[in-house]
Design a protein around this ligand. Structure first.
Ligand SMILES: [Zn+2]
Ligand SMILES: [Zn+2]
Length: 326
């Protein structure tokens, strides 16, 4: 069989493959990757890797290897299917002995457990940071010497459990927004008490708009005003013991017991800060609920637009408008 004949045959089988196949394919092998026939390279290894018949029945071993490499893209465990009949190629690796198998297994185990080790190290670090924070807080709150004595006399196991709960408790307590609950309670039940209205204005919001303003959208709005972000919760929760100690030392110097003094300082701080926050929120609420939209007239434009564009540096224009009207 000459090479000219072979290439001629190959071309003809490309054109009318289905008709020619049954008689032809056993005699003339043709690679569906490189289109070469048996006559072109008598030494090349052939394989019949799938259920295909006809022109795609035979393929060079080396051509199919390249094709499989291309499909696997470095992941040698990925399954490769015949693009035509979808049969999965049977890929067999030669046995390399027990030692290589052991190395294989170790490689795989390492690959699998590394994420868990890294996660464990991270969790462990957070745990030890929490313990350290707890210990520092205990010493800060009850006094350095007393705190050390207390922790030395305590059961180490109890300390390992209790100390990390200090920052956790502080943060979870901070997540509960008690000021909002108090404010809602005040709005609901105390708006009728005249004495209270002097301290905390309730505003004369008409029924309809009042409901709209207190609705969920506005709550979101107010929350975004107060920036209740995770970092803010984190910082203010973990700084609470320090601030309480400082305030206790400033305002309750007469109290000898460190713990009592710090608790009083903390309560004072929380109360004052909460009251200010409630007041601020209520004022924002009143400002928002009594805003007006004006007629588009020359005089209004002159009065408000020019003023807002010049002062609208940091604040949004809508907020500025409401400020102007209020
Ligand atoms: Zn080939
Ligand atoms: Zn196939």
């Amino acid at each position: 069989m000459s090479s000219e004949k072979a290439s001629g045959l190959q071309e003809s089988s490309m054109g009318s493959s289905q008709a020619l196949q049954p008689a032809d394919d056993d005699n003339v092998k043709s690679c569906w990757v490189c289109f070469a026939t048996e006559a072109d390279d008598r030494l090349a290894a052939w394989v019949q890797p799938c259920k295909c018949i006809g022109t795609t029945k035979w393929v060079h071993q080396s051509c199919l290897q390249r094709w499989v490499d291309e499909k696997q893209r470095g992941n040698i465990t990925r399954k490769v299917l015949c693009p035509q009949c979808k049969a999965e190629y049977i890929v067999v690796f030669p046995s390399m002995g027990a030692f290589v198998a052991l190395l294989d297994a170790m490689e795989e185990i390492t690959h699998k457990i590394c994420p868990f080790i890294a996660g464990g190290v991270l969790l462990g670090s957070i745990y030890w940071i929490a313990i350290t924070y707890g210990a520092v807080t205990v010493m800060q709150v009850v006094g350095h010497r007393e705190g050390l004595e207390m922790m030395e006399s305590a059961d180490p196991l109890v300390l390992l459990v209790l100390l990390p709960t200090i920052p956790v408790t502080l943060i979870s307590a901070k997540m509960y927004n008690w000021e909002d609950s108090v404010l809602l309670f005040l709005r609901k039940y105390c708006a009728k008490i005249p004495a209270l209205a002097y301290i905390l204005p309730f505003g004369n919001v008409e029924g309809d708009r009042g409901a709209v303003v207190t609705g969920p959208t506005n709550n979101q709005n107010q929350n975004s005003n107060s920036h209740l972000s995770p970092t803010r919760i984190f910082c203010s929760a973990l700084l609470l013991p320090t601030i309480s100690t400082i305030i206790g030392k400033i305002f309750f110097r007469s109290i000898q017991n460190n713990l009592h003094r710090t608790i009083l300082g903390g309560l004072t701080y929380i109360t004052i800060k909460g009251a200010l926050k409630i007041y601020h929120k209520q004022m924002l609420y009143i400002r928002h609920s009594s805003r007006k939209i004006l007629d588009y007239t020359e005089s209004n434009l002159k009065l408000y637009r020019s003023a807002t564009t010049t002062t609208a540096d940091a604040m949004s224009s809508t907020r500025d408008d409401s400020e102007q009207v209020v």
